[in-house]
Structure formats: C-alpha cells, structure tokens
Write a protein that binds this ligand. Structure first.
Ligand code: AMP
Length: 502
C-alpha cells in the first residue's frame, strides 16, 4: 500500500533544487529542503506517539513550517486540523474537546493560557511562532530528514476542517485523501497549472481555499509559490510581476482595485486570477477587466466538498456566475426531493469524489445533509442559465419568508448595489409582528458619499414587488465579515433583531 496524497504532492519534491517557496523577504526554500523539513517534523511527531488517524491540531501563523506540518501529517497518515488564529480560547476548547487531537500546536505567546486546556483534553502541547521557531522546530532539529510515509488508502482521512459557521455551530468536515487529491487533479488540469507557474499565495492556510485549492494545485504540478503571511496590498502589488497566477477572495480584488498602481503592465505576466469563497460582484469583475485586461475566473466550493464548479479557462468567464461543474462532479438543483427545471431556483446538490466523508462525530447531521444516493445538500441556492452556467443566489438559511412569500436577499441586494452612491449591501429577514419576517437592508455607501436610508429605499422602490421591498434600512460604514471575506449575516440579524419588535 502506498500513501497517494504524499506520493502525489510531496514525494516529487525529493531532489528538487529549484525554489518551492519564495518568501516575502526574497529568500527561498527549495522543494528538497521543504521535504526534509517535513521528514524531520514527521519523525518528531512520531516520537511523541502520533500515528495513523491521530489528529494534529494547529492554531499557528502561516509559515513554511506550518505548511510543512500539513505535509508531516500526510506522511504520518494523521489528520491535519488547522484552526483560524482568530479563534478565542473558548472556541479552541470546543475544537480540542470535539476532535481530541494527540498534539496541539499554538503560538508561544498563548502557550501559558492554553496549556491547561490542552492537558484537559489529553493533547500534548507544542509551539510554532510566526517566524517558524518554537518547540516543534526544536524537537525536529535533531531528527533524521527522510521519513517513510505511513501506508494509506484513498478513503483514509487526511484533514478535519471545521466549517466557518456563519450559520450555526462549526462542524468538523472529514476530508479523505481521495477528496483532496481528486480535486487538486481536476483543478490543475482545468486551470492549466504546470511546473512553470509561480502562484502568489496570500490566502490563509487554515481554510480549504489556501490550504487545498492553492497549495495542493501548486504542489501537484511542481510549480513555485510566493508564500506570503497574509494579504497586504503593498506587498502583493510589489510581487505580482513575478507571479503567473493568483488565487484570492473578492476582497483581495476590491483592495487591489482601490490602488492606482494596479494596471495592465503590472499584471502582464499573470495568466490567471481566480476568485472564490464569497461572491465576486459583477461590478468588481468588470472593473478588474477594464483596468488590467484580465477576466477573473470565479469558482465555487465549500469546506465539505472542496471545489464544485468553475468558470472555464478558455471559454467565456461569465461575471456573476460560478461556471460549470468540475470534471467528475455531478450537480443538480432541487426543491425538497424534486429536481427543478433550468432557470428555476433550487438548492445546489453535488456528488463526486470531492464530497467529504461526513461530519466528525455527527452521524445524524451527516445523514441530514448527505443523501443516500451520495448527493450532498450544500445549503446554497442556485439557478442554471440557458448555457448551463450556475449562478448562486444565496444561502437557504438566508432565505426570507415575509408574509408567506419567499424573498431571495441576493435579488434585492443587486438592485440596492446599483443605486448611485451604494458600495454594497446585505439584506436580511428580521422578526416582524405582522409578516413573520420583514425584509431589512444594511447598506454601505461608497467612500466619501453621504447616503440616507430613505433615499436608498426610494431608489429601488418601483422595481420590486412590494413584498420584496425592504421595510427599513440602515446605512453603516462596513459589513461584518469573517476571515474569508464572507458577510456574517448572523451578526447582522442579532444586531438588528429588535428593529420591528412591538
Ligand atoms: P466555506 O466552507 O467557508 O468555504 O464556505 C462555503 C460557502 O461559501 C459556500 O457554501 C457558499 O455559500 C460560499 N461561496 C464559496 N464560493 C463562492 C462563490 N464563488 N460565490 C458565492 N458564494 C461562494
């Protein structure tokens, strides 16, 4: 038996003396150096008793050592569990209690406060700081650098990723070697990645986008990554001329667009810009093309399924859509148990080697969302256009039912966004004594513009059926977002919960 994920992503780094990681300060790590780092970490962790199936939880900064830890977990046949550094100790306690990792890695600055919690859940504590130092690195230093990967099969778990939980409690999505490898293969082929590519990597690696989509595709195809600790517009603009590709969330693109240095010449060498994890406004897509001559390729995925759909590489990249199902991925739109016809809105369901093995220790929740025929109910609402492009129209949980009528927030948001002076908007349902739920709009003005709520509402007045029109609106400086740039509608619903009360 082999270890398919290790064999595809990491084993080929052996003897590779060209740069794999190009760091912000210009230093580089060759593929071979990186593989040896993985080997030493794997020996150190093995020495602490980490074996096949054990969870390795890490709440650490993005460094080459942190990425190597993923490689070490794969080599050990262990299950990598990355955690957002923004999680509070209370949240981390939940993850440790739920996943019971053998080892937990944190920043040395948090060691004292997290040690009792790690001990309570039976996890050995190691540290890794933002420069790659700490007790993991110390323990690895004296280890041999060749590690024999543990035999694994395609159905063995490789990672446990907790969903970002913008609607309800985080759940651990169990991802197998097959899930990760099949998706990396599909994307690498579709997006034409080769060993000549240099990917600008400014995404976090605790999330599926940066850890799997970006890193796995690059590792699989033998390219290099400009590996940045986070997104900083200055640094990205400085380094983009060295890149051939960039993957980002929509906020990367809006921030780059707000800088006059972004132009055609600066990105002349880049062959591909990808966006995902949150909706890219059609306006951003168009503004980016007008400025750079490049059409951003938007794709759609989620923690549980890896990537599901993508706009085409060669064909038309249609703004406001997420394209077609990836090769090997089946897609259908349903209402209840019935498939809806083209042009109608339904829940997006997907099936394929990309779909996860279920929620960690939550068989009932898994059974609710994974149908017996293997289709996963994403909770996203979509519509297929006549050419087969998928458009996401919102989350099921965000659907507003006002006076018995369905209101899709996206439809209202698109009209609000087109009102002069409006930068963006979020439409939510709030409890209302007469209607059950009432439509409520939260609007952000463009920089330097003064907007009144009444003015925005009258701006869309005649263009929507009365039941879809917001009953009230507020103007705010910005929308609450999580680390991946997703608007946190749950936070908005809480903030304005009492608006229509009494
Ligand atoms: P996560 O599990 O954190 O990756 O979040 C997945 C969710 O992000 C999906 O279920 C969608 O609601 C949303 N999402 C991802 N990509 C896109 C996209 N391109 N457009 C709109 N929503 C997206």
């Amino acid at each position: 038996m082999t270890n398919p994920l290790h064999d595809a992503l990491f084993a080929p780094l052996s003897g590779r003396h060209s740069p794999l990681l190009i760091l912000q300060d210009g230093t580089t790590l060759t593929g071979d150096t990186f593989l040896r780092l993985i080997g030493r970490q794997a020996h150190a962790l093995h020495g602490m008793g980490v074996g096949k199936g054990d969870r390795i939880a890490a709440q650490v900064a993005k460094t080459p050592e942190a990425l190597a830890l993923y490689g070490a977990a794969v080599a050990l046949g262990a299950v990598f569990l990355p955690l957002n550094p923004a999680y509070t100790p209370g949240e981390v306690a939940h993850f440790l209690g739920d996943a019971t990792p053998r080892v937990f890695l944190c920043d040395p600055a948090r060691q004292a406060s997290l040690a009792p919690m790690a001990a309570r859940h039976g996890a050995a504590l190691l540290t890794l700081d933002a420069k790659g130092g700490g007790t993991l690195t110390d323990a690895a230093a004296a280890q041999p650098d060749g590690f024999d990967p543990a035999p694994c099969g395609p159905d063995d778990l490789a990672a446990l990723l907790y969903t970002s939980g913008t609607t309800g409690r985080s759940k651990g999505a169990m991802l197998t070697q097959r899930n990760l490898l099949s998706n990396a293969q599909a994307l690498a082929q579709l997006w034409r990645f080769t060993a000549d590519d240099v990917l600008l990597h400014a995404l976090p690696i605790f999330h599926t986008h940066g850890l799997f989509v970006a890193s796995n595709v690059s590792l699989l195809t033998g390219g290099a990554m400009i590996f940045l600790p986070g997104f900083d517009a200055d640094t990205v603009l400085h380094l983009l001329p060295q890149a051939t590709a960039m993957m980002g969330v929509p906020t990367f693109y809006t921030r780059l667009l707000s800088d006059p240095r972004l132009d055609r010449d600066l990105v002349a060498h880049v062959r591909l810009f990808v966006s995902g994890s949150a909706p890219l406004l059609a306006e951003t897509h168009q503004a980016f093309e007008a400025r750079t001559g490049q059409r951003i390729l938007e794709r759609y995925g989620m923690t549980e399924t890896n990537m599901n759909t993508s706009n085409p590489y060669d064909g038309e990249r249609r703004a406001g859509t997420v394209g077609f199902p990836l090769p090997g991925v089946e897609l259908r739109l349903t209402q209840g148990d019935t498939e809806v016809a083209t042009g109608h809105i339904g829940q997006i369901e997907v099936r394929g080697p990309n779909v996860f093995a279920g929620y960690w220790k939550m068989p009932e929740k898994t059974a609710e969302e994974l149908r017996p025929d293997g289709f996963f109910q994403t909770g996203d609402l979509g519509r297929l256009d006549a050419d087969g492009y998928l458009k996401i129209v919102g989350r099921m949980k965000d659907l507003i039912i006002s006076g018995g009528f369905n209101v899709y927030p996206k439809e209202v948001e698109m009209l609000l966004d087109a009102v002069p002076g409006v930068q963006e908007s979020a439409v939510i349902g709030l409890p209302h004594p007469d209607f059950g739920e009432a439509v409520f709009a939260v609007v952000v003005p463009k920089a330097g513009v003064r907007l009144e709520a009444a003015q925005v509402l009258s701006g869309i007045g005649g263009r929507l059926a009365r039941f879809k029109q917001p009953k009230a609106a507020v103007v705010v400086a910005e929308l609450p977002r999580n680390a991946m740039g997703k608007v946190q509608k749950n936070v908005l619903r809480q903030t304005y919960a009492g608006w229509f009360a009494g």
